[in-house]
Structures are given as structure tokens and as C-alpha cells.
Design a protein around this ligand. Structure first.
Ligand code: SAH
Ligand code: DHB
Ligand code: MG
Length: 208
């Protein structure tokens, strides 16, 4: 089975169930025109985030890693009137500075937590993978029982299970997995995905 088959299946269900959407399409086109990397979630994954947000009746959503706002739009559309989505991003062009600062996302989360916000019903973690465990800790701290936490890109073509892989992203995913395994306040699972974004996977945790 090949990427071609995965793409065709995404195309088949996508045409039937998702259709095309001018707002989302133009968000992607504008991101591409601005030279952003094309690493937004796939349309069916955006739809999954939207459905999960609806399923938990999310009124407040936290995202770490905005890129061009594609996944943000999908999730924001699930919010009721008066709902809020807070999304944290460090500009790609400032990546070098951010790396030196050791994770702008972490600093922003610290600031956000200091404001003692109402708990988030849903969090989507999709930023620098090496900080996944730390983002998870913050998401948990800012959650309530029943909140869900979704983490993107936990499979990365299978690298996570390759014993010889010690790349920073893989180590970040393993640190997250071990963190989740030892955390009594959540239940979590991982689903591998294939499709237009290749072979990857999502971790989904529910706060007990
Ligand atoms: N969620 C987006 C894709 C995000 S790509 C979507 O699916 O549409 C990952 C993003 O995380 C990039 O835009 C990158 O600049 C950002 N990022 C990387 N390190 C970060 C950090 N430390 N804090 C905040 N954002 C970060
Ligand atoms: C990549 C994909 C992502 O969804 C992401 O959030 C970061 C990086 C990638 O394919 O490199
Ligand atoms: Mg991602």
C-alpha cells in the first residue's frame, strides 16, 4: 500500500464528507504564498479536532503551535457563541531566537497560567515536539476533569518505535508517552494515521 492509495482514500471521503471550504482553502493558499511550511493538519484531521471539540462541548480551547491558523480555524468553528480559542505561536522566522529562548510557548504558558484562567475544555499541542511533555504538563494544569488533550505528530513515520532513533523530536514524543503512562489523572491512547500528510499519529488523552 502506498501514499497514493492513502491520498485517494482521503480524497474519496474528503469529497463526500468535507467538500471544499473557501475560508480554509484560502488560509492554506495564503500560508503557502507567505512561504510557511506546509505542515498543517490534514483536512480530515482538522475535522476530527472540530468533532472532538463538539463532542466535549468545548467552550475554551488552547492550542500550542499555530502556523497559519488552519487547525485553529477548524477548532474555533466548533465553539459556541462566546467561546474562546487561545493559540500560541512563535513566528517561524524567529525560530532561531525562540530556540535560544528555550521555547516561547513555554514562557507564554507560564504567563497564561499566572493569569489563573478558567480551565480549558480542550488543548491541541502541535508546536516544537521536544517540549511535548512540558506542554502536556501545562495543558493538564490548565484543564478540568473531562477536558481532552490532543497531541499531533507522535508517530513520525514510525520513528518513535525505532530503537536506534534519538532525534530530538522522537525523544520529545517518548518523554511525552512516558509522562502520560505515569500520570494517574488521565487516560490516553495513540492512533496511527495515514493519508495526505503521510504516516503519523495522534495521542488523545482525557482528564479523569
Ligand atoms: N497547528 C498547525 C500547525 C503547527 S506547525 C496546523 O495544523 O495548522 C508547528 C508550529 O509550532 C510552527 O508554526 C512553529 O513556528 C510553532 N512553534 C515551534 N516552537 C514553538 C514554541 N516554542 N512556541 C510556540 N510555537 C512554536
Ligand atoms: C511536521 C508536521 C507537523 O504536523 C508539525 O506540527 C510539525 C512538523 C513535519 O512534517 O515536519
Ligand atoms: Mg502537527
Amino acid at each position: 500500500m502506498s501514499n497514493e492509495t492513502w491520498d485517494a482514500v482521503d480524497g474519496y471521503f474528503g469529497d463526500l464528507l468535507l467538500g471544499s471550504d473557501p475560508v480554509l482553502d484560502s488560509a492554506l493558499a495564503a500560508s503557502e504564498a507567505a512561504g510557511l511550511p506546509q505542515i498543517a493538519v490534514a483536512p480530515n484531521q482538522g475535522a476530527l479536532l472540530n468533532l472532538l471539540a463538539r463532542a466535549v462541548g468545548a467552550r475554551r480551547i488552547l492550542e500550542v503551535g499555530t502556523l497559519g491558523g488552519y487547525s485553529s480555524i477548524w477548532m474555533a468553528r466548533a465553539l459556541p457563541k462566546g467561546g474562546r480559542l487561545i493559540t500560541l505561536e512563535v513566528d517561524r522566522k524567529h525560530a532561531d531566537v525562540a530556540r535560544a529562548n528555550f521555547g516561547k510557548g513555554l514562557k507564554l504558558l507560564e504567563q497564561l497560567a499566572a493569569e489563573k484562567p478558567a480551565p480549558f475544555d480542550m488543548a491541541f499541542i502541535d508546536a516544537d515536539k521536544s517540549n511535548n511533555a512540558a506542554y502536556f504538563d501545562w495543558a493538564l494544569k490548565l484543564s478540568r476533569p473531562g477536558s481532552i488533550i490532543v497531541i499531533d505528530n507522535v508517530v513520525r513515520g514510525g520513528a518513535v518505535a525505532r530503537a536506534g532513533s534519538f532525534d530530538a523530536d522522537v525523544l520529545g514524543v517518548r518523554a511525552l508517552a512516558e509522562r502520560m503512562a505515569g500520570e494517574k489523572r488521565i487516560k490516553a491512547t495513540v492512533i496511527q494515521t495515514v493519508g495526505v500528510k503521510g504516516y503519523d499519529g495522534l495521542a488523545i488523552a482525557v482528564v479523569l
